[in-house]
Design a protein around this ligand. Structure first.
Ligand code: ADP
Ligand code: MG
Length: 377
């Protein structure tokens, strides 16, 4: 067990790291953050911020030597870095989970080989093979770069054959990636996610399933409890635990799911870290996803993930600042609203700047009130 008072190192300095630290601090832990470019949102609440490139071995070594355990808030960390750090201090959630989740091809292969439900897919590594892959999948479909995509970046949706006529153009548009996945576009009736925590002894703890609304491929709102049957929620939790076990995760893994009309769940993607759709748990649950992650990587007992009240989380993207500073006083005039801002500086469109949660008694009424507050910001 890594006792309170010890120092936890976090790779990545974004808002997920910041919220991990805010949760871990209440348990008495100290934090060092490693982030190439500072100042960063996590660095502002860390005991030490190291700004150096992932190729700077001396800085990585210094970082590892100064902490008791290392975790991350960002999965696109080169595997050589993880290997190097692991030789000095434990790196959690573990290299297997990271290696698989940071690459869509490995992720899809893992799902298929494990017999888990996922979308039909093909790979391509050139404009020519892209054409073949698109023909095999049919329309509508979506092309996704295999690595480094997030919030819909590196993706092109194709609705009809005309849009796939010029594969050279599509390949250039994706900036000549080494590899892409072409996926069948699922006509889902909803998107859901489950965050699961797992400890080294194999015990797991899942958070209530979130119902997620995306706008322009970016998460807009999470609604909890999800407005689907208990059986579907249980099936989602079971899938998440199974994935956590297979990947031997120590920490959190978030599983994004599509629900099809026939009631079946399909796995979209996984992230071995806290997830935006789990932010509701900070205010909505007895224990937040961030605290649970800290408990998992330090080997403390899990806290209860019980939902305290129906909760809606709404993301605040930079767009909300288009007419200047939003009306925070107006939002907080509703005493059930909780505001979280990440201190990220410039509010660019599409940039995740913060979120708010609203706790209510009836989930539909809470969603309606949250959307009304959002519109007035
Ligand atoms: P990321 O979150 O890494 O940007 P995702 O694969 O989760 O990438 O895609 C972002 C969003 O795009 C999803 O949440 C979903 O709304 C939509 N989407 C992606 N792939 C599909 C698909 N195969 N069928 C239907 N919708 C999809
Ligand atoms: Mg996603």
């Amino acid at each position: 067990m890594i006792t309170p008072g010890s120092t936890i190192g976090i790779l990545g300095g974004g808002q997920l790291g910041r919220m991990l630290m805010l949760a871990g601090r209440t348990l008495g832990y100290r934090f060092h953050v490693f982030e190439p470019k500072g100042p960063c949102p996590a660095g502002m609440v860390a005991d030490l911020e190291i700004n150096a490139d992932y190729s700077d071995e001396a800085a990585l070594k210094r970082f590892a030597e100064g902490v008791d355990v290392i975790t991350l808030e960002f999965e696109n960390i080169p595997s050589e870095v993880i290997d190097m750090l692991s030789a000095i201090k434990p790196v959690l959630p573990g290299s297997r989970a990271l290696h698989i989740c940071q690459h869509r091809q490995r992720e899809k292969d893992f799902l298929k080989e494990s017999g888990l439900p996922c979308v039909a897919f093909e790979y391509a590594d050139s404009a020519e093979s892209l054409k073949t892959a698109i023909q095999a999948i049919g329309f509508p479909c979506v092309i996704k770069t295999a690595a480094f995509g997030y919030d819909g970046k590196g993706q092109i949706k194709l609705n009809a054959p005309e849009e796939a006529a010029d594969c050279d153009y599509l390949w250039n548009f994706l900036e000549n990636p080494p590899r892409v996945v072409v996926e069948k576009w699922i006509h889902h009736i909803g998107e859901f996610s489950v965050v699961c925590a797992r400890k080294a002894d194999g015990s797991t703890s899942t958070f209530p399933m979130a119902e997620n609304i995306h706008v322009h491929h970016i998460l807009h709102a999470s609604i909890v409890p999800a407005r689907i049957t208990d059986a579907t929620q249980a099936a989602g939790a079971e899938l998440a635990c199974k994935i956590a076990d297979l990947l031997e995760v120590v920490g959190l893994i978030a599983v994004e799911l599509f629900l099809e009309e026939d009631g079946s769940l399909i796995i979209n993607e996984m992230a071995p870290r806290p997830h935006n759709s789990g932010h509701y748990s900070i205010d909505g649950c007895i224990t937040s996803q961030f605290e649970q992650h800290i408990r998992a990587v330090t080997d403390l007992p899990f806290g209860s993930t019980e939902l305290l009240k129906p909760t809606v989380m709404i993301n605040l993207l930079g767009d909300v600042w288009s007419d200047g500073e939003p009306d925070w006083a107006g939002l907080l005039a509703d005493p059930r609203a909780k505001l979280h801002l990440y201190d990220k500086g410039e509010a660019r469109p599409g940039r995740k700047m913060g979120h708010f949660t609203l706790l209510g008694d009836d989930i539909d009424a809470t969603l309606e009130a949250a959307e009304a507050h959002f519109k007035k910001l």
